[in-house]
Design a protein. Structure first.
Length: 182
């Protein structure tokens, strides 16, 4: 499964997506100084869904993960679920009333990444839902996570903030956001 996800992440170099269904909106690569929060702002509202791809993650913190917030809202409006396979051991979890939609658990290892879909992000009549697939393949740690999340807010998503749970996003971490046509 990590090969499939790695292929998706690597496809962004070629423009990503099949038949022009995905439009690259922006890419941010962490410069030589580490960043504590990556903000994606002024998100184009002309698409059905968004896809965020995170690749080449490294961190000054060990095992850190990104939290995701929309429109700088940090109140307890987020719920999340996860299913993980950690070196053959399966685990699940749920958290409600959180201050972020979920942790993108990729451990910031050099061979890790995440693909996150934000569904119906521009709708103002329903809550925003998120699904993600992330992986880490670092030494003896081979982990795959499936995430789902809910933002209990009907505001259109116009910005998002990705913040390491501790430490900082390391040099070379690349975050790309794509618009998905309806």
């Amino acid at each position: 499964m990590s090969f499939m996800l790695l292929g998706i992440l690597q496809s962004q170099a070629a423009g990503g997506g099949a038949s022009g269904a995905y439009d690259l909106l922006s890419t941010y690569t962490v410069p030589s100084t580490s960043s504590s929060t990556i903000s994606l702002t002024n998100i184009d509202q002309g698409y059905k869904h968004l896809q965020v791809r995170i690749a080449n993650s490294n961190s000054s913190g060990t095992g850190a993960s990104f939290t995701v917030q929309f429109n700088s809202v940090s109140s307890s409006q987020y719920n999340n679920h996860h299913l993980q396979n950690y070196d053959g051991t399966v685990g699940t979890g749920w958290q409600g009333s959180q201050s972020s939609v979920f942790y993108i658990n990729n451990g910031f290892a050099a061979s890790s990444g995440c693909v996150m879909d934000i569904l119906d992000y521009s709708s103002s009549v329903k809550n925003t839902t998120v699904r993600a697939l992330s992986f880490q393949n670092s030494g003896s740690n081979k982990v795959v996570w499936l995430h789902s999340g809910l933002w209990e807010n009907t505001s259109a998503v116009s910005s998002m903030q990705l913040t390491p749970s501790f430490g900082s996003a390391g040099t070379g971490t690349r975050v790309s956001i794509y618009g998905i046509k309806g």
